[in-house]
Design a binder for this molecule. Structure first.
Ligand code: GMT
Length: 374
């Protein structure tokens, strides 16, 4: 198949999933065309089946905001027409699904039919999409898609609850490339961070409010009263300054390192003992899956789709959002030397269920059905 993938090119989960999906499809022999405003972060290897088309966003003094959606729709029209695509797969409803609808209508005028598959990722439904300033367009463009998928059962449910959706939504969970995400031997790295055999906690995120990074720091602060521990915070975003101030206020700076955005997050995960994800909302929790694939148990909230991945008491624990006290108790339990090896093993076993080789055929099935139907 010739597939056009539209996504955000950043470190964000939806962009990562879209890029990894494209790479996996290309390895299977499909021709994949990425359409986005810059080279996707994870598009890091050459394959003869992979193509990248950059959206040209023209600015003009009249525009306070350059109309990205129009530039994107135009680019989709060109790519579908000249590369003779069979299907467009757009990741994250805003504005990709509505731009795809517009491209589809333009192409229809020229006698070209292009089916559109939309994948919902999370905040496009649970936060931004629900806002009255976007909701009607999100509802319309989901209903106009030829197929719709969501990354968890919880996101599917929440989409039906908050929008008037007439379409079937197929759940296809996030996936992981176990060739890349696996525990690597990095003892020298562990020694450098934890010279006194401290337990190592890791959190990775985009440091937005929804991630509740302050809970990670508070859990760590409480935990450190009981055991020797260090914390690595990976990623960057709007909450970073506030979190650095919090560390200073709590006097924990010596034991916490802010590493910023990292390409090779699997290297950090390879030396971690516990991954912390206390998010307010999370449709799936791809970062937790990456940790589990590196044999790291997960201490998380029970928000959204996280419990569909992190099995309470098995691969880690899921706690009420904001319940720092319980999270600290559960962290201590997991990090106990008698319990840790079992949690690590079960985290990996669970991650294996989300191996890309199990999930890729589910997307291929959706594509096939969509092409047959339309
Ligand atoms: O987590 C974020 O804020 C980034 C966001 C995105 O759209 O890039 O991630 C969402 O999509 C990921 C991939 O499907 C999911 O694993 C994340 O759980 C989801 N984030 C939220 O729902 C907050």
């Amino acid at each position: 198949m010739k597939i056009g993938i539209v996504c955000y090119p950043t470190f964000g989960g939806s962009g990562v999933v879209a890029t990894e999906l494209g790479k996996a499809l290309a390895k299977e022999g499909h021709q994949v065309h990425f359409i986005t405003y810059s080279q996707p972060t994870r598009l890091d290897f050459f394959n003869q089946n992979l193509f990248y088309h950059e959206v040209d966003i023209k600015s003009y003094p009249l525009f306070d905001y350059a109309p990205y959606e129009l530039a994107l729709a135009s680019k989709m029209v060109y790519v579908v027409k000249y590369e003779k695509l069979d299907l467009l797969h757009v990741h994250y409803a805003i504005p990709h699904a509505s731009a795809a609808y517009m491209a589809k209508q333009i192409l229809k005028e020229e006698g070209i039919h292009i089916p559109v598959v939309t994948t919902l990722h999370g905040t496009d439904i649970t936060l931004v999409g629900r806002d009255p300033s976007y909701a009607p367009v999100v509802t319309f463009s989901i209903n106009q898609s030829d197929a719709v998928t969501a990354v968890s059962e919880d996101l599917r449910k929440s989409t039906y609850e908050h929008f008037e959706i007439k379409k079937d939504i197929v759940v296809i969970p996030n996936f992981i490339d176990l060739e890349r995400f696996k525990r690597q031997k990095k003892e020298h790295f562990k020694m450098a961070i934890c010279p006194n055999d401290e337990k190592l906690l890791v959190h990775t995120s985009n440091f937005r409010k929804v991630k509740r990074v302050e809970d990670v720091i508070h859990v760590f602060y409480e935990l450190r009263k009981k055991i020797k521990a260090k914390l690595l915070l990976v990623g960057d975003g709007p909450e970073r300054d506030r979190m650095e101030r919090l560390c200073r206020d709590l006097g924990t700076c010596d034991d916490i390192r802010f590493l910023g955005k990292l390409e090779a997050v699997e290297e950090v995960l390879s030396v971690a003992d516990l991954f912390v994800m206390p998010s307010e909302r999370e449709s799936f929790g791809l970062a937790a899956l990456e940790a589990m694939a590196c044999e790291v148990p997960v201490l998380s909230s029970n928000a959204g789709g996280i419990p569909e991945l992190n099995i309470d008491g098995v691969t880690g624990f899921t706690c009420e959002v904001g319940d720092v006290k319980t999270m600290t108790e559960k962290a201590l339990y997991i990090l106990d030397d008698a319990n840790l090896p079992g949690f690590k093993r079960r985290a990996l076993d669970r991650a294996r269920e989300f191996d890309v080789t199990n999930i890729l055929p589910l997307y291929e099935e959706v594509y096939q059905r969509t092409l047959e139907k339309t």
